[in-house]
Write a protein that binds this ligand. Structure first.
Ligand SMILES: Nc1ncnc2c1ncn2[C@@H]1O[C@H](COP(=O)(O)OP(=O)(O)OP(=O)(O)O)[C@@H](O)[C@H]1O
Ligand SMILES: [Zn+2]
Length: 720
């Protein structure tokens, strides 16, 4: 008899009988019947004392899968994360088992080889095929179809004629091994201490967290590659977590320049077949370096020896649906459980990480200057109160002039605005009607490329009507405010000869097109880049020297406790794209409040001033990391139901010293997809066991029934 955990949203395990002849131990992956389905599961414990009442109702384990068992370290991580985030354990387990199990054994691929004379009747298509296989080697049939654009029947015809034979293609080989000595770079003085520290960390092999704290363009990637090289030499696996896997094209190239081959990738856009293959290679230990999005943290590595969290400050590490976990924090937990080193890399560390480094809990490895002697960008404010753009425009004359000069000099420029679409609001000039989503509390955003008005919360969209739906006025609709698409229109008028490109997540159709566009920029085939936060992340564009921030105040006024930190990080990162390889980088901040502490710290390049004042403020107010937070988000199909439940929940909260319960308050995003939302915020001291308190409270509180929904978010990042 065994207890198994099933990868569905359930916390508890189920008991099953072990059929005669099957030997099972904890961690084994099995198939079990569940209701009318057959599902995957993992043996969580041997059940030595089965409940006799259950005995004749128990079902048998149906099969044991031929994959390595989940190691105790991974099972502990799953239990730990579930416990901490209050997520059902099965939901966390699901991230470990996303290996495309439904596919069955891999199909044999067929190939063809040239063996006979060309047939008498030689069509152009047949001739193309014969040319392509004239080397006498085996060619995948589907590859040929794709490469030379003929139909499969043309190839079959040549097989019938005896010109080609069909053979099975050899199976996919295990991924090639990265070579730690393939092309070791020369490090310059300011990097040497960092390189030494990275090697020492990997050599020691035990649990330790290092903050690789290097200014933008200092070569953090090259430096942490040395920790990976050392881990490779020790024969163990490395995991590199990245916030946004579609932006890693340059990274993959750099990795293969250093180690001779690309690392294995793990993200949601892998085909099921690749996913299955990569999962197996990771579990078998054949993949020695994996680069992945946050969920790669939960894979069953055969022998993980190092975790790198690149751009550790990035918000994308927080998962805000299903299990609400922060991959950076859970990476540290995995490192602790597995007793391996963890490297957090960033030019703009999160306040939490900075505090850990200041207190000595994390080792600080600093790279204080840019690679190749490049200077940090020079940053200036453009005070919009004194130098406003012309009416209906968003780029001030001074910024426009600087961009023009840069382009004329053959450099690239970047206009940054963290707003997708053409305009955030459309209204009727005649009656004042504003276009809002019918099921969310949000304005519809005008997207001209797609020619739709779109809700950014639920995806609802409609065509822009010719007349106002409210007062029927004609040609009365106006777009209010800028988005990146509107900036491109302005740029086309300002710089008619410049080649411009808009980079915005809604315009990306696939990882491939994204990577192709980034390559185009890096190779200098674009003069002016206009982008949202997508352009702020880790890119290296050699010719880019000027960055103009169109609205530096955008993130400051939204009541988010992390607004200052976010703005500082985002603007530092985006300006950090300038002047990385030649010339001097310059950043311009268009702002209405140049005297704001964040703007002042940015302009003075005063990192210490920013962190010190932000850390002081958090300490005074008891915000993380000096106190702890949890959000409870209550939603329902109507307002009174949601509010009533939220109030009863508050009333049932155990009173405890040092626990402050705020709310219920209507969420800033009060309605999403027709659901009314209320929030509670729990604030406690730093050393308080928040998860335990919540579990105890919710176990005794009224359960959300009907269409009520309660989401718990421990250590929330979003307050919307
Ligand atoms: N020792 C080195 N030898 C050769 N090239 C290097 C070396 N160190 C860094 N570089 C190059 O310098 C550039 C900047 O490095 P990298 O992108 O790693 O910086 P970073 O610190 O990660 O910056 P950011 O935080 O802005 O992303 C890259 O093109 C990288 O290849
Ligand atoms: Zn909506």
């Amino acid at each position: 008899m065994v207890d198994v955990l099933v990868p569905v949203a359930l916390d508890h395990t189920y008991s099953y009988r072990v059929p005669r002849g099957m030997a099972l131990k904890p961690g084994d992956v099995v198939g079990v019947p569940l209701g009318s389905r057959e599902v995957l599961a993992v043996v969580w414990a041997e059940n030595a004392n089965p409940d006799p009442r259950l005995h004749n109702r128990l079902k048998d384990v149906s099969e044991k899968l031929e994959v390595p068992p989940l190691k105790p370290e991974l099972r502990s991580l799953i239990d730990w994360v579930a416990n901490y985030t209050l997520s059902p354990r099965g939901m966390v387990l699901r991230m470990s088992l996303r290996m495309g199990e439904q596919l069955g054994p891999e199909r044999v691929r067929l190939g063809v080889r040239l063996v006979g004379e060309p047939p008498k009747r030689l069509t152009p298509a047949r001739r193309r095929v014969i040319e392509a296989v004239s080397d006498g080697l085996l060619h995948g049939k589907s590859d040929l179809v794709r490469e030379i654009g003929v139909s499969g029947s043309v190839i079959d015809g040549l097989v019938d004629e005896g010109t080609l034979t069909v053979e099975a293609m050899p199976r996919a080989l295990p991924p090639p091994a990265p070579d730690p000595s393939f092309a070791q770079p020369e490090f310059f003085d300011a990097q040497l201490a960092g390189v030494e520290a990275m090697r020492a960390l990997a050599e020691s092999g035990g649990f330790q967290v290092a903050l690789l704290d290097g200014v933008t363009g200092s070569g953090k990637t090259e430096v942490y590659f040395e920790a990976i090289a050392e881990t490779l030499r020790r024969g163990r696996q490395s995991l590199i977590l990245m916030p946004e896997i579609s932006l890693t094209g340059q990274f993959l190239d750099r990795f293969s320049r250093r180690f001779g081959v690309r690392p294995l990738e793990w993200h949601s856009e892998l085909t099921p077949r690749t996913r299955q293959r990569n999962w197996a290679a990771i579990a078998a230990g054949e993949a020695s370096v994996v680069v992945g999005a946050r969920s790669a943290l939960f894979l069953p590595y055969a022998d993980l020896g190092l975790i790198i969290v690149d751009e550790e400050h990035d918000q994308a590490y927080k998962q805000d649906e299903g299990a609400h976990y922060h991959a950076r924090d859970m990476a540290v937990v995995r490192g602790h459980i597995a007793k391996i080193p963890v490297v957090l890399a960033s030019a703009t560390p999160s306040v939490e990480t900075e505090v850990n480094a200041r207190k000595g809990r994390y080792q600080r490895v600093a790279l204080p200057s840019r690679f190749g002697g490049q200077h940090m960008p020079h940053i200036e404010a453009i005070d919009l109160r004194r130098e406003p753009p012309p009416r209906g425009r968003y780029v001030s004359p001074r910024l426009a002039g600087e961009i023009r000069t840069a382009i004329e000099r053959g450099e690239q420029a970047l206009l940054f605005l963290n707003r997708r679409g053409y305009a955030p609001l459309t209204l009727c000039r005649a009656c004042g009607h504003r276009f809002a989503c019918t099921i969310c509390d949000a304005w519809l955003v005008d997207h001209r490329f797609r020619q739709r008005l779109v809700c950014h919360h639920c995806g609802f969209s409609m065509a822009r009507p010719p007349t106002c739906p409210h007062c029927a006025a004609e040609e009365s609709l106006v777009a209010v405010g800028p988005g990146v698409e509107r900036l491109q229109e302005e740029a086309a008028a300002l710089f008619p000869d410049a080649r411009s490109m808009v980079l915005s997540s809604d315009l990306i159709t696939s990882i491939e097109t994204m990577r192709a566009e980034l390559t185009e920029i890096a190779e200098g085939r674009v003069d002016l880049i206009i982008g949202t936060q997508l352009v702020a992340k880790g890119h290296n564009f050699p010719r880019l020297n000027l960055v103009g921030v169109v609205d530096a105040d955008l993130g400051l006024g939204n009541g988010d406790p992390r607004a200052a930190e976010r703005t500082w990080q985002l603007l530092n990162q985006v300006i950090g794209r300038a002047g990385r390889e030649q010339g001097r980088g310059r950043g311009y901040l268009q702002t209405h409040q140049p005297e704001h502490p964040v703007m002042k710290a940015l302009i003075a390049c005063d990192r210490e001033a920013f962190y010190t004042s932000e850390i002081d403020a958090r300490e005074r107010t008891g915000y993380p990391p000096f106190g702890r937070l949890a959000s409870l988000i209550i939603s329902a199909g109507d307002r009174p139901t949601a509010e009533g439940f939220a109030r009863r929940l508050v009333a049932s909260a155990p009173r405890e010293e040092g626990v402050l319960l705020l709310g219920p308050a209507e969420a800033p995003l009060a309605v999403i997809k027709g659901r009314y939302r209320f929030r509670l915020l729990l604030k406690t001291a730093r050393n308080f066991d928040l998860s335990n308190y919540l579990r105890h409270w919710l176990a005794h509180a009224e359960k959300p029934r009907g269409n009520l929904k309660l989401e718990v978010d421990v250590d929330p990042q979003s307050f919307l």
